[in-house]
Design a protein around this ligand. Structure first.
Ligand SMILES: Nc1ncnc2c1ncn2[C@@H]1O[C@H](COP(=O)(O)OP(=O)(O)OP(=O)(O)O)[C@@H](O)[C@H]1O
Length: 336
């Protein structure tokens, strides 16, 4: 477990303390994929860098398991940092070293001298990230996605229990992003690593995270399971991020529905409810008419979900809503 207890962080700029993170508490469970989303300057990098103490907090304590990171001396901190791997937006590979040497670097830094043990571990990691044929290449000979895979292999070299991802897919195209996120999900599943990632894209959170915190101007303004936050965003900042991930619906919502007769409902289906034929049955039973205005079926990590915006008409609308709710479908009436 990673625990932030009353942590705050200010930067000293020109003799003044500028707050970057207001006091907060946060717990990240072992084995979860935890996302931190926020706009530029919200404090995401600061927060993630506090975990391995690349930034020192201005107050409060950061605990990993039973270890108070803030109380360690330099040697203790070096040892703890080996339990924490990190990957970066711009990969931070050593340009003059081969892929194999980049991956071996943290092992050598940790004092490993056995060349055969290093080679065996490098081969194992190259297989895991799908780059076995590229061991002797240099970073400049690789694509962005391949460079990030080297970054991931390097981060895993010393068998960490935590992996920090600092905008790890922001420099990649959508398809490469999807494959790197799939690799992170696989690593989380198979190695039971805790993953903390920061991003400014809700789609990254939706694909890979279990829980998410929304950071706005140095404050956590919303936190919860990705399904809850994604399907029912509460804070204005969260809504903006979710709408960016659902551009069609967001654009059509308020402008186009004004002339549509009936009551406008947004239905959210999760898990099994996504595939049940509840709508047709309820329409037959209650005599309501419905008109589909927008819809989407997708996944939140491994959970199938659907969202439908409907215009419903007829005397049975309230009864239809109650029946749909009984079937496990969440319904929200949109203001007109
Ligand atoms: N080393 C520093 N010295 C002074 N101020 C800093 C420093 N690092 C960050 N800040 C300030 O702290 C605030 C939070 O910055 P931070 O980099 O954590 O945000 P961020 O959400 O990661 O943004 P970005 O996505 O642009 O990196 C910003 O106002 C930033 O200007």
């Amino acid at each position: 477990m990673i625990r932030f207890v009353d942590v705050r962080k200010s930067y000293r700029v020109g003799g003044q303390d500028i707050p970057a993170l207001k006091p907060f508490n946060l717990e990240i469970a072992d084995g979860e994929v935890f996302g931190i989303i926020g706009h530029s300057g919200a404090g995401k990098s600061t927060l993630i860098r506090l975990i391995n103490l690349l930034e020192r907090p201005s107050g409060g304590r950061i605990l990993i398991g039973d270890t108070d990171m803030t109380a360690l001396d330099d040697a203790g901190l070096r040892a703890q940092r080996q339990r924490i791997g990190m990957i970066f937006q711009h990969f931070n590979l050593l340009a003059s070293q081969t892929v194999a040497d980049n991956i071996a670097f943290p092992m050598r830094l940790a004092g490993e001298r056995d060349a055969r043990a290093i080679r065996a571990r490098v081969d194992e990691l190259l297989t895991r990230v799908g780059l076995s044929a590229h061991a002797d290449k240099y970073p400049s000979q690789l694509s962005g996605g391949q460079k990030q895979r080297v970054g991931i292999a390097r981060a895993l070299a010393n068998r960490p229990s935590i992996l920090l991802c600092d905008e790890a897919t922001s420099a990649l195209d959508p398809q490469t992003t999807a494959s790197v996120l799939e690799l992170l999900a696989e690593i989380n599943r198979e190695l039971k690593l805790t993953i903390v990632l920061i991003t400014h894209e809700m789609d990254v959170v939706r694909r890979v995270c279990d829980r998410v915190a929304v950071l706005d101007a140095g404050q956590i303004v919303e936190m919860g399971s990705v399904a809850d936050v994604f399907l029912h965003p509460q804070h204005a900042t969260t809504r903006r991020f979710v709408n960016e991930a659902l551009p069609e619906e967001a654009a059509s919502e308020h402008s186009h529905y004004a002339h549509v007769p009936g009551r406008i409902m947004r239905l959210s289906f999760r898990g099994e409810a996504t595939w049940t034929p509840a709508l047709g049955r309820v329409a037959r039973e209650t005599g309501v008419d419905f008109n589909i205005l927008a819809g989407r079926v997708d996944r939140i990590k491994d959970l199938p979900y659907g969202q439908l915006t409907l215009a419903m008409q007829g005397d049975g609308v309230d009864r239809a809503m109650a029946t749909l709710r009984d079937a496990g479908i969440e319904i929200e009436e949109l203001p007109r």
